[in-house]
Design a protein around this ligand. Structure first.
Ligand SMILES: Nc1ncnc2c1ncn2[C@@H]1O[C@H](COP(=O)(O)OP(=O)(O)OP(=O)(O)O)[C@@H](O)[C@H]1O
Length: 320
């Protein structure tokens, strides 16, 4: 005859540490399943596992499962730049992967309406998010950084020429999605300082922003505008990253500075904000990004540069 201890032993095999309030009466088992931190798919899997296991026991005819989940406190970190092409998406991907490597639960929102590139960078191009009710379910990938991208809402290669309110609504949909256990969302912002950026900040209040710039004056002027925008929205700027600094010639090893050097550090200092680090201009970074194998995973100095910045970001987040 099946009894409650046999039921609990069976539950231990498929849902250890997640079940409580187990009752067994007239062939009917009822229990509470804590599914905190699991995404919709995994929740379904655990429920199927529990029901299958219990219904295989003698005398069990019916299983009622009540699922509960603690609400995850999710924090948004915006990665912004004043202008396009300075490496905002590259930085976002590598930071997310490096944060994941530090054991954090990170998701990625690709809010770049003009050129969503995260599906390629995180090597999950061509996959479409499923939906649960009205909420999208982020696309999983081999890097453990679930992703929702503006690119998921349109056909690949189609230019996105949405007007502000429409883009804003699409972005809300990406952020208010079924993020499961992700506790931190990196938001790869659209370049520039327009309405879409402002309404995102007002509606979703990121905990902080990382600004990326190349070292030359023009890019820095644009970066200053991005900083102003975050200041206006009262979003703390976590710090500035200088990208595409210092090119080391692969033949002779000489370091040259096509876009100048140190500009972002000086700009950060003059604006009284932390400087988070410098990423070299390096063909490996471009190639690995294009190939969907972000450099943050590799041991070399390029990967280390991203990991060092991710550590500073993690420290900042832990101090909040
Ligand atoms: N440090 C670097 N060294 C070499 N190439 C880089 C570096 N950073 C970025 N790139 C390359 O520069 C191009 C632009 O980078 P990325 O797409 O990250 O910029 P972005 O600021 O997100 O641009 P946009 O917002 O306009 O899409 C990409 O081809 C990327 O691989």
């Amino acid at each position: 005859m099946t009894d409650i201890s046999m039921i609990e032993a069976a539950l231990d095999e498929v849902a250890k540490g997640r079940f409580s309030a187990v009752r067994f009466e007239d062939g009917r088992v009822s229990l509470v399943l804590n599914v905190s931190g699991l995404d919709v798919r995994d929740r379904g899997q655990v429920e199927i596992g529990v029901k299958g296991k219990l219904l295989a026991l003698d005398d069990v005819d019916k299983v009622d499962v009540v699922m509960t989940a603690e609400k995850v406190q999710r924090r948004l970190i915006a990665v912004g730049s004043g202008k396009g092409g300075v490496g905002k998406s590259t930085l976002s991907t590598n930071l997310a992967i490096a944060l994941h490597g530090l054991g954090r639960k990170v998701g990625m929102v690709d809010a770049d309406i003009y050129g969503p590139s995260q599906p390629r960078l995180l090597r999950c191009e061509g996959q479409r998010p499923e939906a649960e009710g009205k909420q999208l379910i982020p696309v999983p990938n081999e890097y453990g950084v679930p992703l929702l991208s503006m690119g998921h809402l349109v056909e690949p290669g189609q230019a996105i020429a949405w007007r502000g309110p429409m883009a804003g609504k699409a972005l809300d949909q990406l952020i208010d999605a079924h993020w499961g256990g992700a506790e931190e969302l990196i938001v790869d912002m659209p370049p520039g300082t327009g309405d879409v950026q402002l309404s995102m900040m007002q509606n979703h209040k990121p905990v902080g922003a990382v600004i990326v710039s190349t070292p030359q004056d023009l890019a820095l002027m644009d970066a200053t505008r991005a900083v102003d925008l975050f200041n206006q929205a009262k979003i703390p700027v976590i710090g500035m990253v200088e990208n595409m600094a210092g090119y080391e010639c692969p033949h002779c090893g000489e370091v040259s500075d096509p876009f100048g050097a140190g500009g972002a550090e000086a700009a950060a200092k003059s604006m009284g904000m932390p400087f988070l680090g410098r990423i070299p201009l390096d063909i490996e970074i471009r190639k690995s990004s294009d190939g969907g194998t972000p450099v943050a995973l590799s041991d070399g100095p390029q990967g280390q540069a991203f990991r060092d910045i991710a550590k500073k970001l993690a420290t900042w987040l832990d101090e909040q």
